[in-house]
Design a binder for this molecule. Structure first.
Ligand code: ADP
Ligand code: ZN
Ligand code: ZN
Length: 699
């Protein structure tokens, strides 16, 4: 009797053994349905052990081999195993991301045969430098699909002219390394031609018979980009993968990638697990973008996994950004990554936008937009040009105060203020979703004159429409774009000149080019300058470069106005000078002094429970266990005392943190491996916890 060890997506860290019914062609990587308790779950076979430790009479059979999806290839299994270990996640849950979504269960219970011979995964996905040689042999044996199907984009005519010499050098540096592992950091201002450059390298990889994995942030995966990529490859099929794609379409792209028909796979973070037997090159566009971090459910960082995968497969990986993450820039500075720089904007005559500062001082009470910004918008209206006003907060105002007694509207479930949404006459919590109607008077003192303090997108929209009643204004934030396609519809109206002023949050920062957009005004950026979050300034700089890049993309000159009380801040000065690198070095010096990443590696134990006492007791024990584990490992890691984040309570749960740190990734992981089982053994039933490896922030 043969036995299969199956990883299923449940919180348990171990896999379960099942017996394989006779004749069922189950292999390592097969996607199967198995019974777990009373449920039937989809899992992945991770091992075919010679025998089980479980008494054979107690083994349950595999319910079904899922026939409509290809098995998970060997290198993806290894990547998933790495990720499970590195991020401390159940392998089954990681594999649930790594396997395609499966169809409904076969109606017939029992065994179902595989209708079409599945490619033996171990043979096809040479998880090594064999990737390159497999590419040349594989190329001739695959053909284009007869008809396009959902998830595919029809390639148009090839666009993109000749590369300039700087771009050529960069593309050449990459194509020279095809067939071996190397990490490139492609850095250049927005519009310098990074996309054009990596597409040229990708075209070469495809021409040599390889497949290309192109990862983009969620919000950048626009039909325009898909069309541009398809066009750049002149007829080569592009498979598109993202979480909003219907399961059937995703399954199809998955199969096309596995069988080599999709030569380019363009996708968001989950595509890092796509099966690519002839993988030749990986590109991570906007590598600094936070959406590569999977935070819900299983946690992983797709950019970091892309690098791991490239090394495993022996292929080059290109990280592209106008504002690289400090981690990546640091790796380039120390020579671990090769830095490729594009200096100028690529379109002849296109100039970077000029940056000007406008003070907040002298604003009338309740007014949020300074006079020079209003003037600049007025000028654009006069010239039939467009303006973008950016504030990183939705709603009307982030707080509602009573000046008579000092009361502020707060969430009953979180340590947070409620945000005023005037359109719906509601106060809403942006952390837990709690909402209630705005009361006409202060609940403490009865004062009827409550003051909204601070500006959100709704307030901005209101003030702009009062000032420019004739202007056509559109607001873009999470509240206005919940409907599918709403964002694309606004973008379309901006493109066709039906909108004069666009008001919105960072959703607007990327993706689209609007040729008549010549003014970008930024409000409320100062909050991030003095934030407790250690990545706040890095993020703000990236965001401002991004939004600034929206201004003056075509022939018209662009202007960026920043309304701030801190125009002298080094961040704004660097923005003015278009000098990412010296600003990055300043930030790196600060990180070094504070012993923060990339100079140290962090893991954050996050705990939450109904009672503060339970959380504190759990963390006190965790702290002691960590110190014991560190001592047993001979030091080299540090563990800070438990702390309470500023959002001390969220959705009714008390929160507490414990930070562990080490100068060496390896030492930190040795500690985590020793510490986690101890934490699990605590059996603190009233406290939920998790360890966040490489946390985005410490809040
Ligand atoms: P990035 O990715 O750095 O923002 P893109 O690759 O999107 O830059 O290029 C910006 C614009 O410049 C695009 O419209 C692109 O077609 C154009 N472009 C890029 N390289 C060249 C070139 N060598 N000659 C002419 N136009 C170019
Ligand atoms: Zn009051
Ligand atoms: Zn709340």
């Amino acid at each position: 009797m043969s036995v299969a060890r199956v990883a299923v997506p449940i919180a348990a860290r171990q896999s379960f053994d099942y017996w394989v019914p006779d004749g069922l062609p189950v292999l390592r990587g097969s996607v199967v349905r198995v019974g777990v308790g009373a449920r039937t779950l989809v899992g992945v076979v991770v091992e075919m052990p010679r025998e089980s430790e479980v008494d054979p009479t107690r083994l349950r059979p595999i319910v079904e081999l899922v026939g409509d999806v290809a098995p998970v290839p060997e290198d993806v299994l290894r990547l998933a195993t790495f990720a499970a270990d590195y991020y401390g996640q159940p392998l089954g849950s990681i594999l649930a991301c790594a396997a395609p979504p499966v169809g409904a269960a076969s109606r017939r219970s029992g065994v179902r045969g595989v209708t079409k011979p599945a490619r033996a995964p171990a043979a096809s996905a040479g998880a090594s430098s064999a990737g390159a040689s497999a590419a040349s042999t594989g190329a001739s044996s695959t053909e284009s699909p007869a008809a396009p199907h959902p998830g595919w984009h029809d390639p148009g005519a090839r666009v993109g002219g000749a590369l300039n010499s700087e771009q050529q050098r960069a593309a050449h540096a990459v194509t020279e390394t095809l067939g071996r592992f190397e990490t490139f950091l492609l850095h250049g201002v927005t519009g310098s031609g990074k996309t054009e450059t990596y597409l040229a390298a990708a075209a070469e990889a495809v021409a040599r018979g390889g497949q290309v994995l192109l990862l983009v942030p969620e919000i950048n995966l626009t039909p325009q980009l898909a069309a541009r990529v398809a066009a750049a490859f002149g007829g080569t099929p592009v498979g598109v993968l993202h979480s909003r794609l219907a399961a059937g379409a995703r399954r199809t792209t998955w199969r096309d990638a596995a069988e080599g028909r999709a030569r380019i796979v363009l996708g968001t973070r989950l595509a890092v697990f796509a099966p690519l037997p002839w993988l030749g090159l990986i590109v991570v566009d906007e590598e600094h973008d936070d959406s590569y971090r999977q935070e819900e459910g299983v946690r992983y960082h797709a950019r970091d996994l892309a690098i791991v995968r490239a090394r495993e497969r022996g292929v080059p990986v290109v990280l592209a950004s106008a504002t690289p993450s400090l981690e990546s820039f640091h790796r380039a500075e120390v020579g671990a990554y090769r830095l490729l720089c594009l200096g100028a904007r690529a379109v002849p005559g296109a100039r970077p936008p000029s940056v000007r500062f406008v003070t907040n001082r002298g604003l009338a009470a309740g007014a949020v937009v300074a006079a020079p910004v209003l003037e600049a918008i007025g000028e654009r209206l006069g010239r039939a040009e467009q303006s973008l006003v950016f504030v990183n907060r939705r709603g009307f105002s982030p707080s509602l105060l009573c000046h008579a007694c000092g009361w502020a509207a707060c969430c009953p479930h979180c340590t947070a203020r409620l945000v005023l949404h005037r359109e719906s006459r509601e106060l809403r919590c942006h952390h837990c979703g709690f909402a209630r109607r705005v009361a006409p008077a202060c609940p403490t003192c009865g004062n009827q004159d409550l003051t909204p303090v601070g500006a959100g997108t709704q307030r901005l929209e209101e003030q702009l429409s009062e000032r420019f009643p004739q202007a056509r204004i559109a607001r873009v934030d999470r509240d206005t774009t919940t409907r599918r396609g709403a964002f694309a519809a606004v973008a379309q109206r901006v493109s066709s000149g039906e909108i004069d002023i666009l008001v919105g949050t960072q959703m607007l920062a990327k993706g689209h080019d609007f040729p008549r957009l010549t003014l970008v005004a930024v409000l409320g950026a100062d909050n991030a300058l003095y934030s407790a979050d250690f990545r706040a300034t890095e993020r703000l700089f990236a965001q401002l470069v991004q939004v600034g890049g929206r201004a003056g993309r075509a022939r018209l000159a662009g202007e960026v106005l920043i309304q701030t009380d801190f125009a002298e801040h080094p961040l704004f000065q660097a923005l003015c000078a278009q000098d990412y690198q010296s600003f990055a070095r300043t930030l790196l010096a600060e990180r070094r002094a504070a012993d923060l990443p990339p100079y140290s590696h962090l893991a954050l134990l996050e705990a939450q429970g109904r009672s503060r006492e339970d959380v504190e007791r759990f963390l006190a024990d965790a702290w002691r266990l960590a110190r014991e584990a560190i001592a047993a490992l001979g030091g080299r890691c540090e563990c800070f005392p438990p702390s309470t984040p500023s959002l001390a309570r969220r959705a009714g749960l008390e929160r507490g943190h414990l930070l562990v740190q080490s100068a060496s990734r390896r030492d930190l992981h040795a500690l985590l491996r020793a510490w986690r089982p101890e934490l699990e053994a605590q059996g603190a039933r009233r406290v939920r916890w998790r360890v966040d490896v490489d946390p985005a922030d410490l809040g």
